[in-house]
Design a protein around this ligand. Structure first.
Ligand SMILES: Cc1ncc(COP(=O)(O)O)c(C=O)c1O
Length: 467
């Protein structure tokens, strides 16, 4: 449902141009936060969370009159932007009708969300197990794979993130795992392709693909293929750096999985639901996994929702044998109503086509131009509304602008870049030596250009740290 007289892409620009100032209210919000909210991934005494007063479309604003263009989409999940009126109305309507109901029953919003998702997932992924978010989706996908195969080991990639619950964090291939790396029994990590920092000394995409597949074959041979339940990969790794796999890689992994009876799990929690300019990133590679996890963009995170899309063969394993897993809020009606409305919005307003077009004609060319003009930009990669800039001290050596997992003084160049972006009205996504341009998928051309201009200004600060 569109708002009469308002072109879809214009929702994001309808917001109050000058957000109201109420610094006292902001200070109270901040004080209660600091006193009582225990924040994720943080040293509690070292953080200074911004008090946010409101958000609409691609923007949010604080209590002091500052407005930011959100180039992070929250944590890469508000694919249709903030406060989309159609989805807000659908949540309100569902709340009036049936706010909640236990998962064992057939509920209209749940049935409809499952139908709409299953119709859009690739191949025969036609059954949906709902969770409250991405990590729970990964937990359940792994459980299904283990039960289906009767094997326990799971292969995952370095340079990956799969969530913060016990299994999901142990599958994760970045430093967020280290502190909880005590339950990895059965997890084996391998290197997935990434030509810019090739673990295989490859010079071309074709070499990288062939060597990465050989490395996976070798890892399997030494682990014992008959002991492996699943291989899990982010279709396009997100937080780890938006590394689109070379042509043939995912198809090659599919073939390896088929050969050894291994379940192929694609994690589309971040890359799914329009982010890459298609419904799912897997659609770019014409590959169908056995299990696919999703969350975030399924309903733009308006109400927590995630899930696993399950192939016919794996679903059949649990036709007469109970699936030993469940969640009180599995398929929560409010979350499912938000998903139904979000999927309709994406279609009615051509949000996915917008992401593809903005990627091809604005973000891609604009970011590549920034790379030409700034010594600190080593590589630009991505597609749709899913882009990464690799910041380096030196383009020739590709030395990262800050060391891997740097903190404090060692991370100062990235901190300075981030502060400069914010000063220019852009809220940047920063991870290690990278900044990602991951706006809402319905970002307008003008907003994308505004973001590019702010990045341009902030990169001059990063340039000062090049050698
Ligand atoms: C690829 C991927 N998988 C799983 C997760 C975990 O999702 P959640 O934070 O909803 O548990 C994330 C979160 O960023 C993700 O990017």
């Amino acid at each position: 449902m569109a708002i009469p007289g308002v072109a879809p892409a214009a929702y994001a620009r309808r917001m109050t141009p000058h957000p109201p100032v109420d610094s006292a209210a902001g200070a109270a919000v901040k004080a209660a936060d600091r006193a009582h909210v225990f924040h994720s991934w943080s040293a509690q005494g070292l953080i200074d969370p911004l008090a946010v007063a409101g958000a609409e479309g691609s923007y949010f604003w604080d209590y002091d009159g500052n407005r930011y263009l959100d180039f992070t989409s929250g944590l890469v999940y508000t694919n249709i932007g903030y406060q989309h009126p159609t989805v807000v109305a659908a949540i309100q309507e569902q709340a009036g009708k049936m706010t909640t109901f236990a998962p064992a029953f057939a509920i209209e919003a749940r049935s409809e969300a499952a139908r709409l998702i299953a119709e859009r997932t690739p191949g025969d992924l036609d059954k949906i197990f709902f969770t409250n978010g991405g990590a729970e989706a990964v937990e359940n996908a792994v459980r299904m794979a283990r039960l289906h195969t009767g094997r326990t080991k799971v292969l995952s990639a370095y340079r990956s993130y799969h969530g913060a619950t016990s299994t999901a964090i142990n599958l994760t291939g970045d430093p967020r795992r280290w502190a909880s790396d005590n339950g990895s029994a059965g997890v084996v990590r391998f290197w997935a392709p990434f030509l810019y920092r090739s673990p295989f000394y490859a010079q071309t995409e074709a070499e990288e693909c062939a060597r990465a597949l050989q490395h996976l074959e070798d890892t399997l041979a030494y682990e014992g293929p008959s002991t492996i339940a699943a291989i899990i990969l982010e279709t396009i790794p997100g937080t780890a750096g938006i590394m689109t796999p070379p042509p043939g890689y995912l198809g090659g992994v599919r073939e390896i999985c088929d050969r050894y009876g291994i379940v192929f799990v694609l994690d589309e929690v971040m890359a799914g639901f329009g982010r890459t300019g298609k419904w799912f990133a897997a659609d770019h590679f014409d590959v169908t996994p056995d299990l696919m996890t999703f969350a975030k963009g399924v309903n733009s995170g308006y109400v927590p929702l995630g899930g696993v899309a399950i192939s016919a063969e794996i679903a059949a394993t649990f036709d007469t044998r109970p699936y030993p897993g469940g969640l009180t809020y599995s398929g929560h009606p409010l979350a499912c109503a938000a998903a139904v409305a979000t999927i309709h919005v994406m279609e009615d307003e051509k949000v996915i086509e917008n992401a593809a077009r903005i990627g091809e004609s604005v973000l891609g060319p604009g970011l590549r131009e920034l790379a030409e003009n700034h010594p600190s930009v080593g590589e630009v990669r991505g597609l749709g509304a899913f882009w990464a800039l690799e910041l380096v001290r030196n383009k020739e050596t590709r030395e990262p602008l800050v060391p891997y997992n740097a903190t404090g003084e060692a991370n100062a160049p990235m901190a300075a870049f981030g502060a400069a972006a914010k000063k220019n009205g852009l809220w940047p996504f920063i991870n290690m030596n990278r900044t990602h341009a991951v706006p809402a998928c319905n970002v307008s051309e003008a907003e994308a250009k505004e973001g590019l201009a702010a990045l341009d200004a902030a990169l001059t600060v990063a340039d000062r740290h090049t050698a």
